[in-house]
Design a protein around this ligand. Structure first.
Ligand code: ADP
Length: 219
């Protein structure tokens, strides 16, 4: 069964701005989907619909067990917990160490300290940064900060990770390392990854590639 299912989804911000037009998209568990398109194509708007920062204007959309056309306000935090999000600018908390940034995602959902310590060490190891767990974001390179952000996105074992231009601030070598890390997550943790970007240089390694232009996905 599909983890994500969009049918005829349209997003209008106002009468003259239509960001997404009649989008049909389905993503299975453990699948790596790459969505490539230029600036203004609607990529961020699509990502924001997934975690309900914006509401769709028409159509239907399901993410896991959540039907986003019927989702009650009180269930939005539950939906968000089931999704990990990675942004272009990392969005780490500057006064917390790598360890604390990742741990925080578990603290806010009330996990036990013993469990947090074990799981955070495990995910920092997976992203290759266990040796830097006491470093603050400003002591880490851009590529390392993004790896911490990915560790944070996956620490609560979401079924879906959304990545909005995750390699946008990185050079080609670091971009490839981040991309390979997503591939590893998909293969080892069976997480689905939806990555949106304007950079198609690594796209050939994904399970599926779509292009998005002027709010339309070309299948
Ligand atoms: P991308 O991420 O591909 O650059 P966006 O989703 O940011 O594209 O933008 C798609 C279209 O929606 C653009 O025309 C943009 O100006 C418009 N848009 C994006 N966010 C908003 C918003 N909050 N309010 C009004 N229009 C917006």
């Amino acid at each position: 069964m599909a983890l994500i299912e969009l049918k005829d989804v349209t997003k209008k911000y106002d009468k003259s701005t239509t960001a997404l037009r009649h989008i049909d998209l389905s993503v299975n568990s453990g699948e790596f989907v790459y969505l490539v398109g230029p600036s203004g194509a609607g990529k961020s708007s699509l990502i924001r619909l997934f975690y309900q920062e914006e509401k769709l204007t028409s159509g239907s959309m399901k993410v896991g067990e959540f039907d986003l056309t019927r989702l009650r306000k009180k269930d939005v935090p539950l939906l968000r917990r089931s999704i990990g999000v990675v942004f272009q600018d990392y969005k780490l908390l500057p006064k917390k160490t790598a360890f604390e940034n990742v741990a925080y995602a578990m603290e806010v959902i009330g996990e036990k300290p013993r469990h947090i310590k074990k799981r955070v060490a495990e995910v920092l190891e997976l992203v290759g940064l266990k040796h830097k767990m006491r470093s603050f974001p400003n002591q880490l390179s851009g590529g390392e900060q993004q790896r911490v952000a990915i560790a944070r996105a996956m620490v609560n074992r979401p079924k879906l990770i959304l990545a909005d231009e995750p390699t946008g601030n990185l050079d080609a070598t670091n971009a490839k390392a981040i991309f390979d890390l997503f591939l590893k997550l998909v293969r080892t943790e069976h997480t689905a990854v939806v990555m949106v970007t304007h950079d198609d240089s690594l796209a050939h390694k994904c399970d599926r590639i779509y292009t998005i232009e002027d709010g339309r996905i070309n299948v």
